[in-house]
Write a protein that binds this ligand. Structure first.
Ligand SMILES: *Cc1c(COP(=O)(O)O)cnc(C)c1O
Length: 341
């Protein structure tokens, strides 16, 4: 597939590493039926560029290029109080000499604290221009349009990036990732049986579904919901994958069965810790020295662990876990993740 006709900024000057996790695979297998579990590989998208990177970096390469093509001087986006997406968007704005404003949605009432550690600290360190805090369930598109209207009064031009950077343009970042992965598997001589990825605002999962289909990569993808169970999540992912396919001119309807997600690991609520997340964060840190985060990748890995223990994967199956980043929010939950698993 030809991505070269879409404007793109480059924020990562290398291919993210693809590594086998021998100690983690062994420790997990010991807790699986018959002492046998999957072989787990990881793709380190937590090492993408910007401050520090994560999956949003890939989406922003295309989104910011589009903002620049439209002559914008300010990026306007939205997220939860500890939003990785807001932090990485701000880093991209700083790098490009743009201003950046956020609308923060308090999905958990009174959870926004300007002095908090983690991403909030980085918002201030990198000099966000303005933050509007709105209650959970607010119309975020409307709130962001209001920011753009305010900027227009001053003769400035805002560019709205939706939550998580998940629209058709942002999803191109994960089509690019699919292509990078395809080449990398060939170069490293690795065969993968299944990809495990987080599924939230859906640009990552949906972009990968479109990218795998468009590039004839026949590796099934299982998404782990971070805020919704499949009845609500799958339609979102399908819509995103279709939007990406349409933008690429793929001329196909994404088959419903190409989208598979699993629920049950994000509860009690988006961003609120649970014991399986704590176990997952501790296990990967203590077997491989790789940090996960409490809001996304800890719960996504808890999903992988849970499915392995239920015998969902064939013994010896080669799984690839996509590490989507989120490290800064770990610091906002230090005592929680050190707690008893
Ligand atoms: C945003 C995010 C996700 C979810 O990706 P979506 O594209 O929103 O579905 C997963 N992991 C981390 C660390 C994130 O910041």
């Amino acid at each position: 597939m030809d991505l070269s006709r879409f404007p793109r900024r480059r924020y990562t000057p290398f291919v993210t590493p693809l590594e086998f996790l021998p100690n983690f695979s062994k420790a997990l297998a010991a807790t699986c039926p018959g002492g046998q579990g999957p072989d787990i590989w990881i793709k380190r998208d937590d090492m993408l560029g910007l401050f520090p990177g994560g999956n949003k970096t890939r989406k922003l390469e295309f989104l910011v290029a589009d903002a620049l093509a439209h002559g914008a001087d300010t990026l306007v986006t939205c997220g939860a109080p500890q939003s990785n997406h807001c932090r990485i968007t701000l880093a991209a704005a700083v790098k490009e000499g743009l201003k950046c404003r956020f609308v923060i949605e308090e999905r958990v009432p009174n959870s926004y604290n300007a002095d908090a550690s983690g991403n909030n600290f980085m918002f201030r360190l990198m000099g966000v221009e303005a933050i509007t805090v709105v209650p959970g369930g607010s119309n975020m598109a409307l709130a962001m349009q209001q920011v753009v209207d305010d900027l227009a009064v001053e003769g400035r031009k805002g560019y709205v990036i939706p939550g998580g950077g998940s629209n058709a343009i942002g999803g191109l970042g994960y089509v690019a990732c699919a292509q990078e992965l395809q080449q990398q598997l060939f170069d490293q001589g690795v065969q993968i049986d299944r990809l495990v990825v987080g599924s939230g605002s859906s640009g990552t999962h949906g972009g990968l579904v479109a990218g795998f289909l468009g590039n004839h990569i026949n590796i099934p993808i299982v998404g782990i919901g971070v805020s919704r169970d499949p009845a609500d999540q799958d339609p979102l992912v399908l819509k995103e994958a279709q939007a990406v396919a349409d933008l690429l001119g793929m001329n196909m309807t994404i088959p419903r069965e190409a989208v598979v997600s699993v629920g049950g690991y994000w509860q009690p609520k988006y961003s609120v810790p649970n014991p399986a997340m704590i176990e997952a964060v501790q296990l990967l840190a203590r077997t491989e020295g790789i940090p996960l985060d409490p809001v996304y990748t800890g719960k996504i890995m808890a999903g992988l662990i849970g499915l392995a223990r239920q015998g969902f994967f064939k013994p010896g199956e080669k799984l690839l876990f996509l590490h989507t980043g989120g490290l800064p929010s770990l610091h906002a939950y230090e005592s929680v993740v050190l707690g008893a698993a």
